[in-house]
Design a protein around this ligand. Structure first.
Ligand code: UD1
Length: 418
């Protein structure tokens, strides 16, 4: 098992490039199931979750070939339309094969993903809309078993602007008979990227990036070439790494407007942040103010940056109130930060962080989920002592070589196998 050892306390300096977005690449790769033939994706990050996706696509008779950051997916008629538990349990986003398989082949059997560290994460907002489009869906023996002769467009109003639910139904609706109107949908940049890709496959979609998406069903789609957008969560994490060390870091190959909510909060803290079209730079800052944060669907403050921002707030002047509004159990990092000396009181979905400059000390800590691992690394960078983060496999699900990127900024951080 790998661990990460950090000896922080040194301002980071330099320029670092962001990889392709995990949360965009996953639905894009699954969207290939909508059209047989050869699809090509550029800027695909090298991550465990992408490997899990490849595994599932291979199981569904697709060939995948990676050359650097390019991935070729050749979709063939599947022999089986089953997404088995052993693959789905590794990555919840596997549920995103349900919409494309059902729309393209009229049936699919996908394992229920089960719970996860950050909350119960049901899939009712994937299942109910598919039923509304005419699918017959049963849950049996831990599997979602879906059938439909032909899906038929309808008006669907989501109870909550779910990212995965919006993606699954968007993909299914591309091959529906007639028009589908999706209301109260997610507006995340990853949704817009998926819409662009589906359009280049021949889908008729409009409205992405707003709360209503309209899809006119077509008879068939064709394979395409598509470049994955930059990872806004990785970009935000790298900017925060610069900030928490009082460093001067330029994050390149990113879309600053995708992290406006973070930039606004950091500016309110007192950081000076310059931005260009595809870069952003945090300037050195010795002291910063505490600010409150509520996570919210895009364009609100992303839940995927909450843990990392909390690390920054442990070092702020004053008290910050951080409210997690998306997931019910996303404060698993709190107790680990407390082991490093942070003064945080969590209660239900609110954490009160009493900032104290130099209040952290190195410790052995354990990553509990993907973004929690990044927050512990940021905290480690803020203290001159040694911090050892275990269960790094969570990090590898969603950050491409984070330790190497931080090393390039001058961080003393290394990965060791134990
Ligand atoms: C995606 C992201 C994840 C991010 C999250 C919120 C991917 C692969 N993952 O996850 O990194 O943290 O968006 O920005 O893109 N919900 C239901 N029923 C459903 C679906 C969701 O109740 O059928 C609830 C969830 O439990 C959660 C909330 O809706 O409380 C948001 O979930 P959702 O937007 O669906 O997140 P994911 O797509 O799973």
């Amino acid at each position: 098992m790998d661990i990460i050892i950090i000896k922080g306390g040194k301002p980071l300096k330099g320029s670092v490039a962001v990889s392709g977005a995990k949360n965009a690449a996953l639905p894009l790769l699954f969207s290939s199931l909508l059209a047989e033939g050869e699809h090509r994706f550029d800027n695909v990050p090298l991550l465990k979750d992408i490997e899990s996706t490849e595994l599932l696509l291979n199981h569904l008779n697709c060939e995948t070939q990676r050359i650097g950051t390019q991935m070729k997916v050749t979709v063939n008629q599947p022999e089986s339309l089953v997404a088995p538990y052993d693959i789905v349990r590794k990555m919840r986003a596997s549920i995103l094969c349900l919409g494309p398989l059902l729309a393209r082949y009229g049936k699919a059997k996908v394992s229920l993903p089960g719970g996860c560290a950050i909350g119960s994460r049901p899939i009712n907002l994937h299942i109910e809309p598919l039923r509304q489009l005419g699918a017959q869906i049963e849950i049996e023996h831990g599997y979602v078993i879906a059938k439909a002769k032909k899906l038929v467009g309808d008006r669907i109003v989501f109870d909550f602007a779910t990212v995965g639910g919006t993606e699954n139904i968007m993909m299914a609706a591309t091959l529906c008979k007639g028009t589908t109107i999706l209301e109260n949908v997610a507006k995340e940049p990853e949704i817009s990227d998926l819409a662009r890709c589906l359009r280049s496959m021949g889908a008729q979609i409009e409205g992405e990036g707003t709360s209503v998406i309209t899809i006119e069903g077509v008879d068939e789609l064709k394979p395409t070439d598509h470049r994955v957008i930059p990872d806004r969560i990785e970009a935000g994490t790298l900017l925060l790494a610069g900030a928490i060390t009082g460093g001067d870091v330029k994050v390149i190959d990113c879309v600053p407007s995708d992290v406006d909510a973070l930039i606004n909060k950091m500016t309110a803290c007192g950081f000076e942040i310059d931005t260009g079209v595809d870069w952003m730079r945090v300037k050195p800052c010795d002291r910063w103010r505490a600010v409150d944060v509520n996570t919210a669907p895009y364009p609100g403050f992303p839940t995927d940056l909450q843990a990392q921002f909390m690390a920054l707030m442990t070092q702020a002047d004053g008290t910050s109130v951080i409210t997690e509004r998306i997931f019910e159990n996303r404060f698993m990092h709190v107790q680990e930060l407390v082991r490093m000396g942070a003064k945080i009181t969590p209660k239900s979905q609110v954490a009160v962080v009493r900032g104290e400059k130099a209040g952290l000390s190195g410790a052995q800590v354990m990553a509990t989920d993907l973004r929690a691992s990044a927050s512990l690394i940021l905290a480690g960078l803020a203290t001159a002592d040694e911090t050892v983060v275990s269960r790094i496999y969570h990090l590898d699900r969603g950050y491409e070589k984070l330790e190497v990127k931080l090393q390039s900024l001058g961080a003393q951080i290394e990965r060791c196998s134990v």
